[in-house]
Design a protein around this ligand. Structure first.
Ligand code: ADP
Length: 494
């Protein structure tokens, strides 16, 4: 928008102004914790309800069928005994029993057949099959004196057979067969079940609403957490405080820890940049001062020019060393930095390093000795490992006293090789022991600069040792000397 004075002002709004109305892709909605909580609640309530409904329906049907068939059997028993007692098949006039038989059939909404010993149907309450034969399995068993009572679930009816005896000879003279439909029972159970299903639906609906409300409470702290984290993404690096359940508090703690680490990283990056600028500026300032002095001198003797140009060259060398070390450290700290491990004779490596440093040690009459306890072959990146060990031994010479000594020892076991560098130098104060591995840290800046140090040597050394999965430790006593311990695996760990 434009202000009154005509300036263009661009207003950047954060996405949060969209609030809850912002568009959420469907797959995110599908992943919503709240949705899954609701679904879980509904499923866990629906399964037992449906099971109970089905189970109850079955039990009710079975119990009602049992009651009906027991009652029928009881009544048929009375009737068959009566018919047996009165010798039904010997009677000339059986009509006096027909009303009883009809009444019993009507009570249970069923049909009664009386079958004689030649399988003739002599009586049928439906008056359909009289005179016909009935030779069923149950009827045949009944002639052997067995009664039967069966429920045919598929066709929904109960079938009973009872023997009718001759009261004198006690032999089976006929069979009383009664069938009754259980359709009315099924119908009433169906109605009951339908009512239960409606109740189940209402209960599920109620549970769904409750689940929606309670899942809202459950995810509320997560929403608060997400809002707080969102604020941090706009640059607010202060720790967040979200009260809620244990899980949310745990996430909050982890988030705050990560934030603190990021903050520290950011600060150390800023410090590194300012240190780099300062370190790079120092030689350039010196070069500028030297060059300005030369130009302002007018006609100066050649020796003076040579001396000044020598100093300028020295400062350029220093600048080059700093840039080289910086490039090395940046390369070492790159995530995809790879080392090229090869089996290397560490004894020979140390001998060659000591040979190279002999001259600077001799200048200050420092005795440098190597003690090898055993031949050591280890898988290391030769160039990098040589650089790390050179830095350590060179430092033990640089920060030594005149006429001092440096003892380098090499030992190994089955897994590691150990290098110990003991010097009789100036030592390191206790409060600086942890800092010496930081980039650009020096205990005595002037001394470091005089000896051509960049303050990056130990940082490079530590990075190289760590790349080989090794460790480096320092022990030092001020004014007495310093010992560096290095431990590196013999076989490179992928
Ligand atoms: P520099 O280039 O200054 O030597 P380093 O990273 O190699 O940088 O070392 C960091 C600082 O640690 C040095 O400036 C020095 O103060 C201290 N230091 C390193 N090695 C020794 C040692 N053997 N004895 C005493 N001080 C040491």
């Amino acid at each position: 928008m434009f202000t009154q004075s005509g300036e263009l002002v661009i207003i950047l709004r954060d996405k949060s102004f969209l609030g809850d109305w912002s568009f959420k892709p469907p797959f995110r909605l599908f992943k919503s914790l709240r949705l899954w909580l609701c679904i879980a609640c509904i499923i866990f309530s629906l399964i037992p309800l449906t099971y109970i409904n089905y189970y109850l329906g079955n039990i009710l049907t079975q119990s009602q069928v049992k009651i009906k068939s027991d009652e029928m059997q009881y009544q048929c028993n009375i009737l068959s005994k009566q018919l047996s007692k009165e010798n039904f098949f010997a009677l000339k006039d059986e009509s006096k029993y027909l009303s009883d038989i009809d009444a019993l059939a009507n009570v249970y909404d069923g049909r009664i057949l009386i079958i004689d010993s030649s399988y003739h149907i002599v009586e049928d309450t439906y008056e359909l099959d009289e005179g016909k034969y009935h030779i069923g399995k149950e009827v045949l068993s009944c002639y052997k004196g067995e009664t039967s009572n069966e429920f045919h679930a598929d066709d929904q009816y109960i079938e009973l057979t009872l023997p009718i005896y001759d009261s004198n000879s006690k032999t089976v003279e006929g069979v009383l067969l009664m069938t009754a439909s259980t359709q009315t029972i099924s119908d009433s159970i169906y109605i009951q079940n339908s009512i239960i299903y409606v109740i189940e639906f209402i209960v599920t609906l109620f549970i769904a609403v409750l689940a929606y409300i309670f899942s809202g409470f459950a995810v509320k702290p997560f929403k608060k957490l997400s809002k707080a984290i969102n604020q941090a993404s706009f640059g607010d690096m202060s720790a967040i405080e979200v009260k809620g359940n244990a899980e949310v508090e745990q996430i909050t703690d982890s988030y705050n820890e990560t934030l603190a680490r990021l903050k520290h990283l950011d600060e150390s990056r800023q410090e590194f940049v300012s240190n780099v600028s300062h370190e790079l500026k120092t030689p350039i300032t010196s070069i500028k001062v030297l060059a300005d002095s030369l130009t302002s001198m007018g006609e100066a003797p050649v020796e003076l020019y040579q001396e000044f140009l020598g100093d300028i060259s020295h400062e350029i060398d220093r600048e080059t060393r700093i840039i080289d070390d910086l490039l090395t450290i940046v390369r070492l700290e790159k995530k995809d930095n790879k080392i090229e491990p090869q089996p290397i004779n560490i004894n020979e490596m140390l001998e060659s390093i000591l040979k190279g440093l002999k001259l600077i040690a001799k200048q200050r009459n420092i005795e440098v000795t190597l003690e090898s306890f055993r031949p050591v072959i280890a898988e290391v990146d030769e160039l990098k490992m040589s650089r790390a060990l050179t830095n350590l031994i060179e430092n033990s010479i640089k920060y030594n006293k005149d006429d001092g000594s440096v003892r380098v020892s090499l030992n190994a076991d089955h897994n590691y090789f150990y290098v110990k560098i003991i010097d009789t130098g100036v030592g390191i104060p206790d409060d600086a022991k942890d800092k010496i591995f930081e980039r650009f840290y020096r205990v005595d800046k002037a001394r470091s600069r005089d000896t051509g140090g960049t303050g990056l040597g130990l940082a490079i050394t530590k990075s190289i040792i760590q790349l080989h999965h090794g460790v480096i430790r320092v022990h030092s006593e001020l004014g007495i000397g310093t010992t560096f311990h290095v431990r590196v695996p013999l076989n490179y760990l992928q």
